[in-house]
Design a protein around this ligand. Structure first.
Ligand SMILES: [Zn+2]
Ligand SMILES: [Zn+2]
Length: 351
């Protein structure tokens, strides 16, 4: 098969690799679409704590089953699926309490094992057994289904901090995840949602509800005006410690905040002092990734059209154009870039 291999940070190459075998009890999937995620960009640039190079990246993927190694998955031709990319151990305490994304031995396609930036991907038995492989309904395109994983991560965060009807929600970062959070919060009944981004290119976008450019004076007052006070829920969807500081400044009494993005080398953050958290009854929740249950829920929301994502898939690249994909992301010329295997490659998907 052909695959884009990250040899080491900064060096990605198209290669011919031996086809992976269908794992016993698992499936072999021909990948049709794979999304570029901010963590792929991070791996390409500087590496990642879970990256084991050389590696075929890609953990937001859809395709069709070409071979089944289990009677539990009948061999029907070309069945379209989307994959939750985790490979849990199925025996640790987290796995036993049905939180396989918190498995202490987890491996992830595109990080520890080869993922969707290759034409074929081996899906192990444990991924299948926790419900990580989902058949796609006809009304859900394989391209849109690549947003199932990122939307599932947003669902994990919003369910953990209980975003619901009447909430005033503040999101930092107007990239794909920030916009998915904004739309998901509205779908969950939040009455006011404010999205903040420091990039003037993004703040100017007429298609979205981005307001409050934090480079401008008095922007926090503008946020409070738009929220009608402080925020009930704050989600920093960007790797910037200053967003956490601003988030706590704007959090109302009884507010909840999700630590949704790793800071990595972008700096550190110190929690507000104990008594501030205590007297304001703040809830601080860490969230990372998503479970197969969140993934299933996300695909259902996408299939129902409860969350419109048509404007988020802005670019498609081929295997030969991987570097272009990363550049589009890095220069913020795109929202979601997807790799399309074997199809026609319109670099700009337009509307
Ligand atoms: Zn991701
Ligand atoms: Zn486990």
């Amino acid at each position: 098969m052909r695959a884009a291999v990250l040899e080491k940070p900064g060096r990605i190459q198209m290669k011919e690799l031996p086809d992976p075998e269908c794992p016993p009890g698992g499936l072999l999937v021909r990948v049709t679409h794979a999304g570029f995620c901010a963590s792929d960009l991070k791996m390409w640039r500087v590496g990642h704590k879970d990256l084991r190079p050389p590696r075929v990246l890609g953990h937001e993927l859809s395709g069709f089953v070409v071979e089944s190694g289990t009677d539990l998955w009948p061999k029907e031709p070309a069945e379209r699926v989307a994959l939750w990319p985790g490979i849990p151990c199925c025996s640790c305490p987290a796995c036993l309490r049905r939180q396989p994304h918190l498995c202490s031995n987890i491996q992830v396609m595109g990080f520890h094992r080869d993922g969707g930036f290759g034409e074929l991907v081996a899906v192990p038995e444990n991924t299948l057994s926790v419900g990580g492989v989902r058949r796609l309904p006809e009304r859900l395109t394989s391209a849109v289904a690549t947003l199932g994983e990122p939307l599932a991560c947003c669902l994990n965060a919003q369910s953990k901090i209980g975003v619901g009807p009447g909430d005033r929600v503040l999101v930092f970062g107007a990239g794909v995840l920030g916009r998915l959070h904004e739309r998901l919060a509205r779908a969950k009944g939040a009455t006011r949602v404010v999205l903040v981004d420091t990039d003037p290119k993004r703040a100017d976008d007429p298609k979205s509800a981005i307001v409050a450019d934090p480079n401008s004076e008095g922007w926090m007052d503008e946020v409070r005006n738009r929220l009608g006070g402080g925020a009930d829920a704050v989600i920093p969807a960007c790797s910037d410690p200053v967003a956490l500081e601003w988030g706590f400044s704007l959090l109302d009494r009884g507010g909840r905040i999700a630590f949704f993005s790793g800071l990595g080398s972008r700096g550190s953050f110190h929690l507000p002092e104990h008594d501030r958290i205590h007297y304001q009854e703040w809830l601080v929740a860490g969230v990372y990734g998503c479970s197969p249950m969140h993934f299933h829920e996300a695909l259902t929301l996408l299939a129902e059209g409860s969350i419109d994502v048509s404007d988020l898939l802005t670019h498609s690249v081929s295997l030969k154009e991987m570097e272009l994909g990363f550049q589009l992301m890095e220069e913020k010329r795109s929202l979601k870039v997807i790799l399309t295997h074997g199809g026609s490659h319109d670099t700009d998907l337009g509307d």
